[in-house]
Design a protein around this ligand. Structure first.
Ligand SMILES: NC(=O)c1ccc[n+]([C@@H]2O[C@H](COP(=O)([O-])OP(=O)(O)OC[C@H]3O[C@@H](n4cnc5c(N)ncnc54)[C@H](OP(=O)(O)O)[C@@H]3O)[C@@H](O)[C@H]2O)c1
Length: 324
């Protein structure tokens, strides 16, 4: 008999997931209890969780506005992600196909994050039971990289950003998020094995890879369509930007939910977990984090639409079709 302890990286993702789940609960509770509506602490809390259009109507003092940075800086996240993950993928490919070990500092960092134990009857610890095969890990790393490149392209060439803002804490968190995500992928593989394995990579091809990649493409196409619909609300047919208003989006998954691009984000992370085979605890914790993070953003977005538009379609759920 053996049992698995959690890795340090698992606790990080669980903590982040719970932080956003807790924020969502606080938000719902504050809406149910009007006594809190003028509280200063609630104002600071909302300043930290809102961004973009959902922050426009938040009444806050000049001091809190000092921490605003432009929301159009979103593309910085994807630049960091593309550069960082290109660097990691290069080392990953070298390790998987050419047996070149990772740099010591990267191995040490990964080992620190995966510091966990699987205790066997004889009392020894073994890390390998938690590791996915190298091909699956390389695949999700490439998918994550493709996702970042697409999002970078959308931020730079499709989306039309107004003068919306995000909090400097959210901005720093966004930068750190993509660094951590890359490290999480690296940590999912067995770095100690990466240098020496001679196993046939083709033998590692699995049905879950096809399932995950198909779902990834499907969700990415819909996310791109929905972000294009949002951008087109501010453009003429010839592509010229004509306003910076927020209007009611229609088409594609917008007929079912108010924030289909957030739902698609969740599906993209689920698809990565499926590509890994569907059994990796760390990646399901990443999915849990994305679920609560995007659910919070979607709840605020739904509130924004209901407040702003009397004619907003009542049948549209906020985040998950027919459910939430
Ligand atoms: N994985 C993560 O942790 C994470 C976290 C956050 C976001 N994301 C992803 O990043 C993507 C963008 O997220 P976001 O929160 O920036 O989305 P968003 O607030 O909906 O904004 C997307 C773009 O659409 C514009 N827009 C939004 N609603 C509009 C409306 N009603 N009318 C006209 N234009 C509108 C925004 O302009 P404004 O400049 O006016 O806002 C912005 O240019 C999403 O796909 C999301 O899933 C991922």
């Amino acid at each position: 008999m053996s049992f698995t302890c959690w890795a340090f990286i698992d606790f990080i993702w669980l903590f982040l997931a719970l932080a956003f789940a807790f924020s969502l609960c606080i938000l719902k509770l504050s809406r149910a209890n009007v006594n809190y509506s003028n509280s200063k602490i609630l104002c600071i809390f909302e300043d930290l969780i809102r961004y973009g259009k959902t922050k426009n109507d938040l009444r806050r003092g000049a001091f809190l506005r000092l921490f605003d940075v432009p929301k159009r800086w979103f593309f910085h996240f994807y630049i960091v992600s593309v550069i960082w993950n290109s660097f990691l993928i290069r080392h990953h490919i070298n390790a998987v196909f050419f047996g070149v070990p990772y740099p010591i500092w990267l191995s040490d960092l990964s080992n620190a994050l995966t510091n966990f134990c699987v205790q066997h009857e004889n009392g020894k610890y073994n890390n390998n039971i938690r590791c996915c095969d190298q091909l699956s890990v390389l695949l999700i790393h490439l998918l994550l990289w493709v996702h970042s490149i697409r999002r970078l392209y959308e931020c730079l060439f499709i989306s039309v950003f107004s003068d919306g803002v995000i909090h400097i804490v959210q901005y720093c968190f966004g930068l750190a998020y993509y660094i951590l995500l890359g490290l999480t992928v690296i940590s999912t593989s067995s770095i100690s094995q990466a240098g020496g394995s001679t196993e046939n990579r083709y033998a590692q091809i699995h049905f879950s890879h096809f399932l995950g990649i198909t779902m990834f493409i499907w969700a990415s196409v819909h996310q791109n369509r929905c972000l294009t619909i949002l951008a087109n609300l501010r453009k003429e047919n010839n592509g010229k930007v004509i306003n910076m208003h927020h209007s009611i989006p229609v088409g594609d998954w917008f007929s079912l939910i108010s924030s289909p691009h957030y739902f698609a984000e969740l599906l993209i992370y689920i698809s990565l977990s499926l590509t890994l085979g569907g059994w990796n605890l760390t990646w399901w914790l990443v999915v849990l984090y994305v679920l609560f993070n995007q659910a919070l953003a979607a709840a605020l977005c739904q509130e924004f639409y209901h407040k702003k538009f009397d004619s907003y379609p009542k049948c549209r759920c906020a985040f998950i079709p027919y459910l939430l």
